[in-house]
Design a protein around this ligand. Sequence first.
Ligand code: DQA
Length: 144
Amino acid sequence: MNSNKFLIINGPNLNMLGTREPETYGSLTLDQIKEFTEKSLISDQVILEWYQSNIEGEIVTKIQEASKHSYKALIINPGAYSHTSVAIYDALQMIKYPVIEVHLSNTYRREEFRQVKLTAKASTIIMEGLGKIAYLTAVKTQLF
Ligand code: DQA
């Protein structure tokens, strides 16, 4: 048990940040966002475990493993799986501590198919449109 530890899961195509649609997602890579987030949280003494996969089943397995641990919170950007994945929704339902779903973009300003968020129904908090400060802000919600 490590109550200052957060698991941050990123789903498909988020490994392509930096070059992927920068007008929507910004110009930073996922590694640069990680570095920015870690540096901004230095004085909070939190531990962040980062995981990214393009594969739905791998994300499900990671969430199952997380259900056996006690993180302070699980932060997840499921990417497009947010709109389609009952399997990720079911896995998130097993998490007994806060689940925070984040989207870098404000999906409500985007296509109709992004308006359905299956996984968000299993989350405690949902945050959208914060860009590079999304993960940092998600962690901060648990530190007050
Ligand atoms: C996203 C939004 C999703 O609709 C999209 O499929 C992504 C990224 C976001 O962070 O804004 O891959 O989750």
